[in-house]
Design a protein around this ligand. Structure first.
Ligand SMILES: Nc1ncnc2c1ncn2[C@@H]1O[C@H](COP(=O)(O)OP(=O)(O)OP(=O)(O)O)[C@@H](O)[C@H]1O
Ligand SMILES: [Mg+2]
Length: 406
C-alpha cells in the first residue's frame, strides 16, 4: 500500500486518558460536560454587558492557579482588567494579560508563553493589519480565528474566544466561525435581573442539553447549585395569570413562572408580546385555544412573560401558556401550590413529556401539592396520597378542568 502520512485504523489512535480538566467553575463545567477539553476551542457569545468578560476573567483566575493562562483583551485596558480581577478574586502569578488587538502580537505571545489556555476578548476586535478590511468584518474574523486556532494547536493550548452577537441574537461574523470551534456557548439573561443562564448550542465532546445558572454578584458570576425555584415568585402563586411550569433543561427540572396578561385590544389589531416563551409556540397556543376550545382571543392583547429572565426552550411549557392565558382571561387563579407541564399539538392533543417522574419529584421536594400533566405520562408516576395529579388528554380536557377552578 502506498504510504500516506497519518492514515491509520481508528482503533490504533493513541489517546491520553485525562483529556478533560475542570475550569474551576462547576456550572461552567456542567454545561461543557465535565470541563474543558485539552486543545478544544470554546466560543462564548452574549449580548453587550451580560457578563462575558466577567465570566472569562473568573475562568482565567481559576485556571491560572495551576496552569499558565494568557488573557488577551482587545477591548479593555490593563488597568480596567486589573481592577475587575481584584474584585473577582486572588490574582495568581501565572495569569498573563495582553492588551492588544494586532493578531501578530497575539501569536507572538502565544508562541513565547506557551500557555495551557488562551482567552480572547473578543474575536471581533482582533485584526490583521495586512488584511485590508476593518476589524469585525467577515474576512478579518475568519482569518484571525483560523490562524489563532492553528497557533493553539501548535502549542497544545485550549481556547476560549468571546464573540459579539448581532441584534437578532446570532453570533456576529461568518458562519464558518461556528464550524471552526468545538463548543458554542451563549450567556443569556436580562441585564436588569441578577440571574444569567449559560447555554450550549454546539459541543463536539458532549450533549448540549444542560444549562448553567449563575447569579451576578459583586464578586462576579456565582454558580447556583440548586436553581430549580429561582424563576418563580411565591407571592404570585394563586394570583390570576400566574402559572408554575415544571420544565426540564438537560438533567435538571426548573420550576418557572409563566405570567399572562390578557386585555381587550384598544386598537384595531390585537397585540402580542412574548418574553421568555417561544413566540411561535405562543402563537400556536393562542390559535389552538381559539379554534379548538372556542376561547376568543382575536380581539385581545396577549402579553406573556417568564419571571426572572428565563427563556423556555422545551414544548412542555405549552400547557403553562394555555393555563396562564385562561387564568388571566377569566380572572381565575389556579389552585395554590399547583404546577403544570405538557406539550400541546396542533389538533389540541396533549403530548407526553420526557422525564415526568423527575418533574414530579422536584415539585414534591419543593412542597407543591399537585400537578396538571399529560394523560400519557400518568402511568407509573410517583405522587400518591397528598400530592394530587390531574391528567389531561386534550386541550378540551384542560379547559374543562379549568372551569372547575372558577
Ligand atoms: N461592581 C459590580 N458589582 C456587581 N456587578 C457588576 C459590577 N460591575 C459590573 N457588574 C456587572 O457586570 C456586567 C458587565 O459585565 P461584562 O463587562 O463582563 O459584560 P460583557 O458581556 O463582557 O460586556 P461587553 O459586551 O460590553 O464587553 C454589568 O452589566 C453588571 O451587571
Ligand atoms: Mg466584555
Amino acid at each position: 500500500m502506498q504510504h500516506v502520512p497519518n492514515l491509520r485504523p481508528l482503533c490504533e489512535v493513541e489517546v491520553t486518558p485525562d483529556l478533560r480538566f475542570s475550569s474551576g467553575l462547576f456550572e461552567f463545567d456542567r454545561v461543557l460536560g465535565g470541563g474543558l477539553v485539552e486543545g478544544g476551542v470554546v466560543l462564548l457569545g452574549g449580548e453587550p454587558g451580560i457578563g462575558k468578560s466577567t465570566l472569562s476573567l473568573q475562568l482565567s483566575l481559576a485556571l491560572a492557579v495551576d496552569k499558565p493562562v494568557l488573557y488577551v483583551t482587545a477591548e479593555e485596558s490593563e488597568k480596567q482588567l486589573f481592577l475587575r480581577a481584584q474584585r473577582l478574586g486572588l490574582i495568581p502569578a501565572s495569569l498573563y494579560i495582553l492588551s492588544e488587538s494586532n493578531i501578530h502580537v497575539v501569536l507572538q505571545a502565544i508562541h513565547t508563553l506557551k500557555p495551557k489556555i488562551v482567552i480572547l476578548d473578543s474575536i471581533q476586535v482582533v485584526m490583521d493589519p495586512e488584511i485590508p478590511s476593518v476589524a469585525g468584518s467577515v474576512n478579518q474574523v475568519r482569518h484571525c480565528a483560523a490562524i489563532l486556532i492553528n497557533a493553539l494547536k501548535q502549542v497544545g493550548a485550549s481556547g476560549i474566544f468571546i464573540g459579539h452577537i448581532t441584534k437578532e441574537g446570532q453570533l456576529a461574523g461568518p458562519k464558518v466561525l461556528e464550524h471552526l470551534v468545538d463548543v458554542i456557548l451563549y450567556l443569556e439573561g436580562e441585564r436588569q435581573q441578577q440571574y444569567r443562564i449559560l447555554r450550549c448550542f454546539k459541543n463536539r465532546f458532549h450533549h448540549t442539553q444542560d444549562i448553567g445558572v449563575f447569579e451576578m454578584c459583586e464578586t462576579g458570576l456565582v454558580g447556583i447549585k440548586n436553581p430549580s425555584a429561582i424563576f418563580m415568585d411565591e407571592t404570585s402563586m394563586g394570583v390570576p395569570g400566574a402559572v408554575i411550569v415544571a420544565t426540564r433543561e438537560g438533567s435538571r427540572v426548573f420550576l418557572v413562572e409563566v405570567q399572562a396578561l390578557v386585555v381587550d385590544s384598544g386598537y384595531g389589531m390585537a397585540k402580542r408580546t412574548f418574553l421568555g416563551v417561544d413566540p411561535n409556540r405562543a402563537n400556536l397556543m393562542i390559535a389552538a385555544m381559539e379554534k379548538i376550545a372556542g376561547v376568543r382571543l382575536s380581539t385581545k392583547d396577549v402579553i406573556l412573560n417568564i419571571v426572572g429572565g428565563f427563556r423556555a426552550s422545551e414544548p412542555a411549557v405549552d400547557l403553562g401558556i394555555v393555563y396562564a392565558i385562561l387564568s388571566s382571561t377569566y380572572d381565575v387563579a389556579l389552585p395554590k401550590g399547583f404546577a403544570v407541564y405538557g406539550e400541546v399539538g396542533l389538533t389540541g392533543e396533549i403530548r407526553g413529556a420526557p422525564q415526568s417522574a423527575l418533574r414530579l419529584q422536584e415539585l414534591m421536594k419543593m412542597g407543591f401539592s399537585g400537578c396538571i400533566l399529560p394523560k400519557k405520562d400518568e402511568e407509573g408516576l410517583p405522587g400518591a396520597g397528598e400530592f394530587k395529579r390531574w391528567a389531561v388528554g386534550s386541550l378540551k380536557d384542560a379547559i374543562t378542568l379549568f372551569s372547575k377552578f372558577k
